[in-house]
Design a protein around this ligand. Structure first.
Ligand SMILES: Cc1ncc(COP(=O)(O)O)c(C=O)c1O
Length: 367
């Protein structure tokens, strides 16, 4: 059997006709920038997600940058974020002129809230938690700290569409949240795209303006901005996918439950630890083992494709040498980068494929 890590083709085949119809509408109307598909996506996402404002933009990286800029974050400021993420979260902090301040992770692989207060200085302006792999950081705790220290909170939801804690969705706790619709994400377009969500109308308007060269009305530039538009063809794809995203999320959860049940007590494997009252949406099904590299090779030999998220946590990247960090502060992130392995998971994955993956894992540890 050959099990891909993700199978975008399998999903495409289930929505092919609708996607072609959506893209055809854009082509036939030569509506290449903005237009109905983008407006429909904005409204559709607001409605489905349960938020007042969605600001579509070009990708999830721009989304984080735009929000920070419009919150006035810049030179001299510090922004606290997690040691374990994709680089977008921290590179955008640097791009604003501010300094990223990394905090180690907890057992759920998200920012360790017990260590945030020690990282706060008079220059701290915001916290950017990342809901890594589809499991939310401890948002009730983060909001309490933010309130106490008068800090802004931007949730990086690139990997956590529709995740929850206490019945409240990722992105609805903080001042604003950002999403990526990169093709492999739980809600993924067929190219780059992203958005910002917020219930703050004033912030939404500023972000909309900044993403459109600083103008809400064409040729009337209130400030200098950037060009960060949601591509109309991507919006057409996303509009189709919005109809199915909740079902696809439920499928991911079913597959994860099958892995969870089958993998208890297998070798030294650690399956994802779930937050009480949380709803994990499994963008990534991350296991841990001391024999990670050996296991990865073995699975590859048996046709099971895996990935590592991520081989280097942020404080260990050459990109952050300039911060002269004390790396001993990031023991959890370091252990994680050495032991993490992401198993195949995607909504169309069959029970047979999951069971085959499990049997390979068991064969490895029982040999
Ligand atoms: C945690 C996280 N933040 C931000 C991003 C950036 O998103 P994009 O690739 O759409 O710029 C990604 C995905 O790539 C991500 O995984």
């Amino acid at each position: 059997m050959n099990i891909p890590f993700v199978d975008l083709k399998a999903q495409y085949l289930t929505i092919k006709d609708e996607v072609k119809e959506g893209i055809d509408y854009v082509l036939e109307n030569t509506m290449f920038i903005g237009g109905k598909p983008v407006d429909d996506f904005k409204r559709g996402f607001e409605e489905l997600y349960g938020v007042d404002h969605c600001v579509p933009c070009a990708n999830g990286t721009d989304a984080i940058f735009i929000v920070m800029k419009m919150m006035g974050i810049g030179a001299g400021d510090e922004v606290i974020t997690t040691a374990s993420s994709w680089i977008s979260t921290s590179e955008t902090i640097t791009q604003t002129g501010a300094k990223p301040v990394f905090v180690d992770i907890d057992d759920y692989y998200t920012i360790d809230t017990s260590k945030i207060e020690a990282a706060i200085t008079p220059n701290t302006k915001a916290i950017i938690p990342v809901h890594l792999y589809g499991q939310m950081a401890d948002m009730p705790a983060i909001m309490e700290i933010a309130k106490k220290h008068n800090l802004k909170v931007i949730e990086d939801c690139a990997q956590s569409h529709f995740s929850e804690i206490d019945g409240k969705r990722a992105g609805l706790y903080g001042d604003a949240a950002t999403f990526s619709f990169y093709p492999g994400k739980n809600l993924g377009a067929y190219g780059d795209s992203g958005c910002i969500i917020t219930n703050d109308g004033d912030l939404a308007e500023k972000c909309t303006m900044y993403a459109k060269h600083g103008a809400l009305v064409k040729h009337h530039h209130i400030i200098e901005g950037i060009n960060s538009r949601l591509d109309t063809i991507q919006a057409a794809v996303l509009n189709v996918k919005l109809k199915y995203i909740l079902d696809w999320t439920a499928s991911r959860q079913r597959i994860a439950a099958r892995y969870d049940a089958a993998l208890q007590g297998v070798g030294d494997l650690v399956t994802p630890k779930l937050r009480a009252n949380g709803k994990h949406t499994y963008h990534v099904y991350a296991i841990r083992t001391a024999r990670r590299d050996e296991l990865k090779e073995y699975l590859k030999g048996r046709g099971v494709n895996t990935q590592i998220h991520y081989p280097n946590a942020m404080p260990f990247m050459p990109a952050y040498d300039y911060l002269n960090l004390d790396k001993s502060q990031y023991a959890m992130a370091k252990a994680h980068q050495e032991q993490e392995l992401s198993l195949p998971i995607y909504p169309e994955m069959t029970d047979e494929q999951v069971d085959y993956t499990v049997s390979c894992l068991k064969d490895f540890f029982e040999a």
